[in-house]
Design a protein around this ligand. Sequence first.
Ligand SMILES: [Zn+2]
Length: 582
Amino acid sequence: MKNTQDIWNLKPLFDSKESLQNAMQSAITKAQDFEKKYKGNLNALNAESFYQSLKEYEALCEKLSRIMTYAFLCFASNTKEGAFYAECEMEVNKAQDFLLFFDLEFNALERAKQQEFIESAKGYAYYLELLQKHAKYQLSLQEEKVLLKTQPVGVDSFKRLFDEHLSNLRFLITLKGANKEVSEEEVLSLLYDKDREVRKMAQESLSKTLAQNLPLLTYIYNVVRKDLKITVELRGYESLEQSRHIANQTTQKSVDMMVDTINKNVGIVEEYYTLKAQLLGYDCLYDYDRYAPIANDEADFSYMESKSIVLEAFAEFSPKFYEIAKRAFDEGWIDSHPRENKRGGAFSHSAVPSVHPYLMLNHTNRRRDAFTMAHELGHTIHQYLSYSVGYLNADTPLTTAETASVFAEMLLFEKMQQRLNDKEKIALYAGKLEDVFATLFRQNVFTNFERLVHKKDGELSTEMLNALWQEENQKMFGKSVILTENYRLWWSYIPHFIHTPFYCYAYSYGQLLVFALFGVYRKQREDFVAKYEKFLSLGGSKTPKELVGIFGLDLESSDFWEIGMQEVRILLEGLKEIIKRV
Ligand SMILES: [Zn+2]
């Protein structure tokens, strides 16, 4: 098959950079007019004119987003366009300045007035309620100003110190007898090497440099802990985690149920790694063996092959999924291959409801790339369907953002099996399980660790942090993996702990939620698809709890999370079956 390439057609956004410039000038003028018309007046509006203002606000936001989408996509496809992107950003900021008052002024309205507006703003209730929820923890304008002004020299400066310090660290490695200093990213990638000696060397190298930097890294973590406590106290949050739950549009109870369910099922991890030791022919696994590849000579997987298998998998699931994905290929929504100056990685950009999403891939003919294609097309489908609720409502929180992407990967996983022999299947299953462990169990260990770390009073010593980290990890691996003394220090390079405390649970939450839905699909295929499409098309206009309610299930009950866990078990049992046959 010919390996054709796809490339973006950006014309639906703008004909040219000139037409973008014209749109920009008009947007700035319109934003200025909007401010003149409404600033200081919201309180005097009746419900109908408020609704009108909201419509105008949304249209303006969408206009600006269209400009930034175009600029971003230009930059992603050619990183030499950085100056153009920065210029657009600066101009768009000017317009955004005029719009800034709108949310703030709504938040400052009296509760009764807000309620009146919410009740009459059809389709925007949820958006406005979210604003209201955030407003509850806002301080006075004067206090917020002080916080904003001092932010760059507060905890943010320690976050930056962490980033800059880690990116400047060099790790001494020895490969084929030669010594070399490499970055954190490079030394971490060696943990996936097929040679055990290389993995062990990388583990020692990472640990050695981290050990030298532990006093500073411990200090920074303690600052972050203190800052979280102060923020909770000042803003009146009910718990250390609450601000994350609000951002994720979820509840403490739901998160607790999810964490409990995962903690109860860590035996799956232990069972898998015991199996992995056998597959690798080792007596026991050490922490540096966790990512050892399962031997597999993978055949090439061309772009056209990927496209055909992904479309086939989607078609079998839902005509709508197929249609949207097909359009993506046919109508220039995709930029498919790596080239000079193009950004690495993959993403689906939601763009604006009046156009369509844009999807970037960097296909290199590996089987993994087919899964990336399915994943990103899943995002595309989700974004496209959620256009129906409008620009302000379309955005999903982290907890449901991966609903369609991970689901699409599962559809491909099922389809892919039909094409592989048993030996290839072992690698496929092992790869899938390890991916799931990385988002589900590993992130859950992070959450358990964070809960303990933030609960403690006073400053924590390095030794204390090491001990908590090691203990929580060992609980997950059980007897299957020996965690060495070196591993004790490995909490210290995880950026999420520093940047956004309690961020990590959203990964496990999203993953397990999708697995639960997939489990429901496995049991009752017929009426599932229509409900699922409804779920996706509601975007961010309802809470995850309401969305899952479409299936008659409850996010706050452990029964729901158990369905997802059952799916992980099915994967493990599947792997065991294949191993028995080989
Ligand atoms: Zn994704």
